[in-house]
Design a protein around this ligand. Sequence first.
Ligand code: DGL
Length: 302
Amino acid sequence: MTNIFYQFQKGKYTTVPYLLKITQPRQPQTSPIGIFDSGVGGISVLKELYRQLPKETFIYFADTARLPYGTKSQTEIVQFVRQVLTWMQKQGVKMAIIACNTATAAAIDRVALEYNFPVIGMIEPGANTVVHRSSKRIGVIATLHTVKSNAYLNTILKIDPSILVFQVGAPTLVPLIEQGRIDDVYTLEVVRQYLKPLIAKQIDTLILGCTHYPHLIHLFRQILDSSVQIVDPAIAVVRTAAQELQSLGKLSDRPPHCTSFYVSGNPEEFAQRVQQFLGFTPRVEQFCLGVESVKIQSESVA
Ligand code: DGL
Protein backbone atom coordinates (compact mmCIF):
# COMPACT_ATOMS: atom_id res chain seq x y z
CA MET A 1 0.00 0.00 0.00
CA THR A 2 1.36 3.45 -0.88
CA ASN A 3 1.14 6.18 1.76
CA ILE A 4 2.10 9.83 1.45
CA PHE A 5 4.44 11.22 4.09
CA TYR A 6 5.41 14.87 4.47
CA GLN A 7 8.96 15.90 5.11
CA PHE A 8 10.32 19.35 5.90
CA GLN A 9 13.23 20.15 3.62
CA LYS A 10 14.94 23.40 2.61
CA GLY A 11 12.29 25.52 4.29
CA LYS A 12 9.21 23.82 2.79
CA TYR A 13 7.20 20.66 3.07
CA THR A 14 7.48 18.14 0.26
CA THR A 15 5.46 14.98 -0.11
CA VAL A 16 7.26 11.64 -0.07
CA PRO A 17 5.50 8.54 -1.34
CA TYR A 18 6.49 5.74 0.94
CA LEU A 19 5.86 2.02 0.76
CA LEU A 20 4.57 1.10 4.12
CA LYS A 21 3.75 -2.30 5.47
CA ILE A 22 0.65 -1.60 7.49
CA THR A 23 1.08 -3.13 10.91
CA GLN A 24 -2.51 -3.67 11.90
CA PRO A 25 -2.97 -5.91 14.89
CA ARG A 26 -3.72 -9.37 13.54
CA GLN A 27 -6.93 -11.19 14.33
CA PRO A 28 -6.31 -13.85 16.98
CA GLN A 29 -7.12 -16.58 14.43
CA THR A 30 -4.47 -15.44 11.96
CA SER A 31 -1.71 -14.75 14.50
CA PRO A 32 1.27 -17.07 14.07
CA ILE A 33 2.13 -20.17 16.07
CA GLY A 34 5.68 -20.06 17.49
CA ILE A 35 7.80 -23.22 17.35
CA PHE A 36 11.26 -23.65 18.72
CA ASP A 37 14.06 -26.12 19.12
CA SER A 38 17.81 -25.95 19.63
CA GLY A 39 18.27 -26.69 15.90
CA VAL A 40 16.70 -28.62 13.03
CA GLY A 41 14.89 -31.08 15.32
CA GLY A 42 11.77 -28.94 15.44
CA ILE A 43 11.57 -29.12 11.64
CA SER A 44 10.17 -32.65 12.09
CA VAL A 45 7.37 -31.05 14.14
CA LEU A 46 6.95 -28.22 11.62
CA LYS A 47 6.40 -30.79 8.85
CA GLU A 48 3.63 -32.35 10.89
CA LEU A 49 2.16 -28.89 11.54
CA TYR A 50 2.11 -28.22 7.78
CA ARG A 51 0.30 -31.55 7.31
CA GLN A 52 -2.34 -31.20 10.03
CA LEU A 53 -2.76 -27.40 10.15
CA PRO A 54 -2.24 -26.14 6.56
CA LYS A 55 -3.97 -22.81 7.21
CA GLU A 56 -1.74 -21.71 10.06
CA THR A 57 1.22 -19.32 9.89
CA PHE A 58 4.40 -20.24 11.78
CA ILE A 59 7.47 -18.57 13.28
CA TYR A 60 10.34 -21.00 13.79
CA PHE A 61 13.22 -20.23 16.12
CA ALA A 62 16.33 -22.44 16.34
CA ASP A 63 18.76 -21.68 19.13
CA THR A 64 21.71 -23.00 17.15
CA ALA A 65 24.28 -20.81 18.91
CA ARG A 66 23.58 -22.73 22.13
CA LEU A 67 23.02 -26.20 20.68
CA PRO A 68 22.98 -28.92 21.97
CA TYR A 69 20.54 -28.44 24.82
CA GLY A 70 20.81 -32.13 25.78
CA THR A 71 24.06 -31.70 27.69
CA LYS A 72 23.12 -28.41 29.43
CA SER A 73 21.94 -27.98 33.02
CA GLN A 74 18.29 -27.51 33.87
CA THR A 75 18.95 -23.94 35.08
CA GLU A 76 20.49 -23.01 31.73
CA ILE A 77 17.71 -24.62 29.69
CA VAL A 78 14.97 -22.92 31.74
CA GLN A 79 16.66 -19.57 31.11
CA PHE A 80 16.88 -20.27 27.35
CA VAL A 81 13.22 -21.30 27.18
CA ARG A 82 12.10 -18.14 29.02
CA GLN A 83 14.12 -15.98 26.62
CA VAL A 84 12.60 -17.66 23.57
CA LEU A 85 9.01 -17.56 24.86
CA THR A 86 9.34 -13.91 25.90
CA TRP A 87 10.58 -13.09 22.40
CA MET A 88 7.69 -15.06 20.89
CA GLN A 89 5.26 -13.12 23.04
CA LYS A 90 6.62 -9.92 21.47
CA GLN A 91 6.02 -11.48 18.03
CA GLY A 92 2.33 -11.82 18.94
CA VAL A 93 2.06 -15.61 18.77
CA LYS A 94 -1.28 -17.19 19.66
CA MET A 95 0.44 -20.39 20.85
CA ALA A 96 3.99 -21.69 21.34
CA ILE A 97 5.15 -25.24 20.75
CA ILE A 98 8.35 -26.30 22.49
CA ALA A 99 9.42 -28.65 19.70
CA CYS A 100 12.25 -29.99 21.82
CA ASN A 101 11.87 -32.83 24.32
CA THR A 102 14.86 -31.65 26.34
CA ALA A 103 13.46 -28.14 26.78
CA THR A 104 10.03 -29.60 27.56
CA ALA A 105 11.45 -31.93 30.22
CA ALA A 106 13.52 -29.15 31.79
CA ALA A 107 11.19 -26.20 31.66
CA ILE A 108 7.55 -26.60 30.71
CA ASP A 109 6.24 -27.02 34.26
CA ARG A 110 8.14 -23.94 35.40
CA VAL A 111 7.40 -21.53 32.59
CA ALA A 112 4.16 -22.46 30.82
CA LEU A 113 1.88 -20.39 33.05
CA GLU A 114 4.01 -17.25 32.77
CA TYR A 115 2.61 -16.44 29.31
CA ASN A 116 -0.74 -15.29 28.02
CA PHE A 117 -0.84 -17.95 25.29
CA PRO A 118 -0.88 -21.76 25.53
CA VAL A 119 2.53 -23.46 25.59
CA ILE A 120 2.53 -27.02 24.26
CA GLY A 121 5.37 -29.46 24.96
CA MET A 122 6.41 -32.80 23.47
CA ILE A 123 6.31 -35.24 26.36
CA GLU A 124 2.76 -35.52 27.61
CA PRO A 125 1.13 -35.98 24.19
CA GLY A 126 3.94 -38.39 23.21
CA ALA A 127 3.56 -40.50 26.36
CA ASN A 128 -0.25 -40.55 26.10
CA THR A 129 -0.14 -41.81 22.57
CA VAL A 130 1.97 -44.91 23.40
CA VAL A 131 -0.08 -45.80 26.45
CA HIS A 132 -3.19 -45.90 24.30
CA ARG A 133 -1.59 -48.26 21.78
CA SER A 134 -1.49 -51.15 24.27
CA SER A 135 2.32 -51.14 24.24
CA LYS A 136 3.77 -53.09 27.15
CA ARG A 137 7.55 -52.80 26.70
CA ILE A 138 8.46 -49.28 25.66
CA GLY A 139 11.90 -48.06 24.67
CA VAL A 140 12.70 -44.35 24.88
CA ILE A 141 15.66 -42.97 22.96
CA ALA A 142 16.41 -39.35 23.82
CA THR A 143 19.08 -36.85 24.88
CA LEU A 144 20.96 -37.37 28.12
CA HIS A 145 18.99 -34.59 29.78
CA THR A 146 15.60 -36.06 28.81
CA VAL A 147 16.63 -39.54 29.95
CA LYS A 148 17.97 -38.27 33.29
CA SER A 149 14.79 -36.28 33.88
CA ASN A 150 12.71 -39.50 33.57
CA ALA A 151 10.02 -37.32 32.03
CA TYR A 152 8.71 -40.03 29.65
CA LEU A 153 9.08 -42.80 32.22
CA ASN A 154 7.17 -40.89 34.93
CA THR A 155 4.42 -39.72 32.59
CA ILE A 156 3.87 -43.22 31.18
CA LEU A 157 3.89 -44.92 34.59
CA LYS A 158 1.45 -42.37 35.99
CA ILE A 159 -1.09 -43.50 33.38
CA ASP A 160 -0.26 -47.21 33.44
CA PRO A 161 2.16 -48.50 36.10
CA SER A 162 2.19 -51.99 34.56
CA ILE A 163 4.15 -50.81 31.48
CA LEU A 164 7.91 -51.46 31.37
CA VAL A 165 9.98 -48.51 30.18
CA PHE A 166 13.63 -48.75 29.09
CA GLN A 167 15.62 -45.60 28.29
CA VAL A 168 18.77 -44.88 26.30
CA GLY A 169 20.59 -41.55 26.07
CA ALA A 170 22.03 -40.93 22.59
CA PRO A 171 24.21 -37.79 22.73
CA THR A 172 26.06 -38.49 19.46
CA LEU A 173 22.98 -38.31 17.25
CA VAL A 174 22.09 -34.60 17.44
CA PRO A 175 25.53 -33.40 16.21
CA LEU A 176 25.42 -35.92 13.33
CA ILE A 177 21.95 -34.74 12.27
CA GLU A 178 22.98 -31.08 12.55
CA GLN A 179 25.86 -31.91 10.18
CA GLY A 180 23.35 -33.42 7.75
CA ARG A 181 24.89 -36.92 8.04
CA ILE A 182 21.55 -38.69 7.93
CA ASP A 183 22.52 -41.34 5.37
CA ASP A 184 26.09 -42.05 6.52
CA VAL A 185 27.13 -45.63 7.21
CA TYR A 186 28.74 -44.26 10.37
CA THR A 187 25.41 -42.82 11.57
CA LEU A 188 23.70 -46.15 10.91
CA GLU A 189 26.32 -47.88 13.08
CA VAL A 190 25.87 -45.33 15.87
CA VAL A 191 22.09 -45.89 15.80
CA ARG A 192 22.68 -49.67 15.87
CA GLN A 193 24.84 -49.38 19.00
CA TYR A 194 22.28 -47.19 20.78
CA LEU A 195 19.45 -49.59 19.94
CA LYS A 196 21.29 -52.73 21.09
CA PRO A 197 20.26 -52.55 24.80
CA LEU A 198 16.65 -51.76 23.82
CA ILE A 199 16.49 -54.68 21.38
CA ALA A 200 17.90 -56.91 24.17
CA LYS A 201 14.92 -55.84 26.31
CA GLN A 202 12.55 -56.93 23.53
CA ILE A 203 10.74 -53.64 23.27
CA ASP A 204 7.47 -53.60 21.30
CA THR A 205 7.47 -49.79 20.86
CA LEU A 206 10.18 -47.16 20.45
CA ILE A 207 9.51 -43.51 21.27
CA LEU A 208 11.70 -41.08 19.36
CA GLY A 209 12.18 -38.87 22.41
CA CYS A 210 14.16 -36.16 20.62
CA THR A 211 12.72 -34.17 17.73
CA HIS A 212 15.95 -34.59 15.78
CA TYR A 213 15.53 -38.38 15.55
CA PRO A 214 12.58 -38.55 13.12
CA HIS A 215 15.12 -37.28 10.54
CA LEU A 216 16.78 -40.71 11.00
CA ILE A 217 13.62 -42.79 11.01
CA HIS A 218 14.79 -44.72 7.92
CA LEU A 219 17.83 -45.92 9.92
CA PHE A 220 15.74 -46.92 12.95
CA ARG A 221 13.40 -48.82 10.62
CA GLN A 222 16.35 -50.59 9.00
CA ILE A 223 17.62 -51.93 12.34
CA LEU A 224 14.46 -52.69 14.30
CA ASP A 225 12.24 -55.68 13.68
CA SER A 226 9.14 -54.72 11.70
CA SER A 227 6.95 -55.71 14.70
CA VAL A 228 8.38 -52.80 16.73
CA GLN A 229 6.24 -49.66 16.45
CA ILE A 230 8.21 -46.45 16.08
CA VAL A 231 6.40 -43.47 17.60
CA ASP A 232 7.11 -39.89 16.62
CA PRO A 233 5.40 -37.79 19.33
CA ALA A 234 4.99 -34.89 16.86
CA ILE A 235 1.76 -36.41 15.50
CA ALA A 236 0.11 -36.34 18.94
CA VAL A 237 1.65 -32.96 19.78
CA VAL A 238 0.13 -31.32 16.72
CA ARG A 239 -3.23 -33.00 17.38
CA THR A 240 -3.12 -31.53 20.92
CA ALA A 241 -2.25 -28.09 19.54
CA ALA A 242 -5.12 -28.26 17.05
CA GLN A 243 -7.62 -29.26 19.74
CA GLU A 244 -6.43 -26.43 21.99
CA LEU A 245 -6.77 -23.84 19.22
CA GLN A 246 -10.19 -25.20 18.31
CA SER A 247 -11.42 -24.95 21.90
CA LEU A 248 -10.12 -21.35 22.10
CA GLY A 249 -11.77 -20.45 18.79
CA LYS A 250 -8.33 -19.54 17.38
CA LEU A 251 -7.96 -21.91 14.44
CA SER A 252 -7.18 -20.00 11.26
CA ASP A 253 -9.50 -20.31 8.28
CA ARG A 254 -7.42 -18.02 6.01
CA PRO A 255 -4.54 -18.86 3.67
CA PRO A 256 -1.26 -18.85 5.66
CA HIS A 257 1.77 -16.57 5.31
CA CYS A 258 5.20 -18.11 4.67
CA THR A 259 6.98 -19.47 7.72
CA SER A 260 9.47 -17.01 9.22
CA PHE A 261 12.73 -18.67 10.29
CA TYR A 262 15.10 -17.22 12.90
CA VAL A 263 18.31 -18.63 14.37
CA SER A 264 20.72 -17.51 17.06
CA GLY A 265 23.68 -18.98 15.10
CA ASN A 266 24.62 -18.97 11.43
CA PRO A 267 21.57 -18.38 9.15
CA GLU A 268 23.19 -19.68 5.93
CA GLU A 269 24.15 -22.98 7.51
CA PHE A 270 20.69 -23.39 8.94
CA ALA A 271 18.97 -22.56 5.64
CA GLN A 272 21.12 -25.15 3.88
CA ARG A 273 20.34 -27.81 6.47
CA VAL A 274 16.61 -27.11 6.40
CA GLN A 275 16.68 -27.59 2.63
CA GLN A 276 17.61 -31.22 3.26
CA PHE A 277 14.48 -31.77 5.36
CA LEU A 278 11.87 -29.45 3.84
CA GLY A 279 12.93 -29.53 0.19
CA PHE A 280 13.29 -25.75 -0.14
CA THR A 281 15.82 -23.24 1.12
CA PRO A 282 14.12 -20.72 3.37
CA ARG A 283 15.13 -17.17 4.08
CA VAL A 284 16.57 -17.21 7.60
CA GLU A 285 17.29 -14.25 9.88
CA GLN A 286 19.74 -14.21 12.71
CA PHE A 287 18.44 -13.11 16.08
CA CYS A 288 20.64 -13.27 19.14
CA LEU A 289 18.45 -13.69 22.16
CA GLY A 290 19.52 -11.65 25.12
CA VAL A 291 22.25 -9.92 23.09
CA GLU A 292 21.37 -7.91 20.01
CA SER A 293 18.64 -8.04 17.40
CA VAL A 294 18.60 -9.10 13.75
CA LYS A 295 21.97 -8.82 12.00
CA ILE A 296 22.44 -11.16 9.05
CA GLN A 297 20.08 -12.69 6.54
CA SER A 298 20.47 -15.66 4.28
CA GLU A 299 19.29 -15.44 0.69
CA SER A 300 15.86 -16.79 -0.09
CA VAL A 301 16.02 -19.46 -2.78
CA ALA A 302 12.61 -21.16 -3.09
N1 DGL B 1 15.71 -31.67 19.55
C1 DGL B 1 15.96 -31.65 20.97
C2 DGL B 1 15.06 -32.60 21.71
O1 DGL B 1 13.99 -32.95 21.24
C3 DGL B 1 17.36 -31.89 21.47
C4 DGL B 1 18.51 -31.39 20.76
C5 DGL B 1 19.63 -30.90 21.64
O2 DGL B 1 20.24 -31.69 22.40
O3 DGL B 1 19.89 -29.72 21.55
O4 DGL B 1 15.38 -33.02 22.80
